[in-house]
Design a protein around this ligand. Structure first.
Ligand SMILES: [Zn+2]
Length: 334
């Protein structure tokens, strides 16, 4: 198994992955080890063909180590992908497509697509659970009306109005992980299910005075708040939301300094990237690179399909398999 701890710099990555064969070997090794699994049917009876690809003896499909991963059908050398992956996992504030364009010698458009595919590997995992002391807050992202071109201004929208901005909801366990996501609105009915999904019942929650948090107590949480409107930011030493505010400040700095602007459609990917970076802040670049590598080759998992109770026959299974594979592909390879 490849020892990722040696990748302490971009030079180490370039030196190791110096030809396409090594890149593919590493992909195969990290993806399957010695046991090649068909990405189409999940069976283990596969043989290597003369051209280096594999053939499944069960479903007769041909495939390679990139089938079903973000690298599928790529025309770029894998080395460039790995360098881009290293750059995004080692830079604390992320990398822009212009930077990747120069470092990997690709066009800016290609760099943009690569970065988005790589960013798609970070996603909120449902396994994250916040407990103990949890701060939560919402923030808005979007340009100021005063800075917009006359033709793009929204009528009757003044001052600090949030009408044209995108709300983001975030929760942080003190000394622990962050969960943040783009939301449609900041009403209690929208936010409460998210809180219940990620925060353990009985946890102590800290918020501002907004009445969207009124239902926290009746839903089984201990609730303290500070009144930001009355300029109260800390009460009795530990009642504050400074942790999550710190995350927002960091997030905004990255967006404004590295990416300058992000579109609403892709905002969640940038959030995921920063959340991931925050949650692995005690790890080094080598760890993040290895983790990203494993995420990149983690193909569609057939056990998910098999465990579906609605699958009653093999025909059903084939139907579901296709449906889930397409779904998986659209979220991971888009
Ligand atoms: Zn197969």
């Amino acid at each position: 198994m490849l020892d990722f701890s040696k990748f302490k710099s971009v030079i180490a990555v370039i030196n190791h992955f110096n030809n396409e064969t090594i890149c593919k070997q590493t992909l195969e090794e990290v993806r399957w080890g010695d046991d090649v699994v068909c990405p189409h049917c999940g069976q283990h009876h596969c043989t290597r063909r003369k051209d280096g690809r594999f053939r499944c003896n069960h479903c007769k499909h041909n495939f390679s180590c990139t089938t079903g991963t973000i690298f599928e059908n790529t025309k770029l050398p894998l080395q460039k992908w790995f360098i881009a992956m290293y750059l995004i996992s080692s830079h604390k504030k992320g990398v822009s497509s212009c930077q990747v364009m120069r470092d990997c010698e690709v066009s800016q458009k290609t760099a943009w697509f690569m970065l988005h595919k790589i960013r798609g590997l970070y996603g909120i995992t449902d396994e994250i659970a916040l407990d103990g002391e949890v701060e939560m807050d919402e923030m808005y992202l979007g340009g100021r009306e005063t800075n917009k071109h006359e033709g793009k201004k929204t009528p009757n929208n003044q001052g600090r109005s949030t009408k044209t901005k995108t709300p983001i909801f975030g929760m942080i366990e003190r000394g622990g992980n962050v969960v943040a996501m783009k939301v449609d609105n900041t009403q209690g009915a929208t936010l409460m299910p998210i809180v219940e999904q990620f925060v353990e019942t009985g946890a102590t929650t800290y918020t501002d005075e907004a009445n969207i948090y009124n239902r926290l107590t009746e839903n089984g949480y201990i609730h303290h708040f500070v009144n930001h409107r009355q300029r109260e930011y800390v009460r009795a030493k530990d009642i504050h939301t400074n942790g999550i505010e710190g995350f927002w400040a960091h997030f905004k700095r990255v967006i404004f300094s590295t990416y300058h602007m992000v579109s609403k459609d892709y905002l969640q990917r940038y959030i995921d990237e920063q959340v991931y970076r925050w949650n692995t802040r005690k790890e080094n670049a080598e760890f993040r690179f290895e983790d990203m590598f494993k995420r990149a080759v983690k193909s569609f998992d057939y056990t998910d399909v098999l465990s579906l109770s609605s699958v009653v026959s093999i025909e059903h299974f084939r139907e579901y398999r296709l449906m889930y594979y397409n779904l998986w592909k659209s979220t991971h390879c888009a």
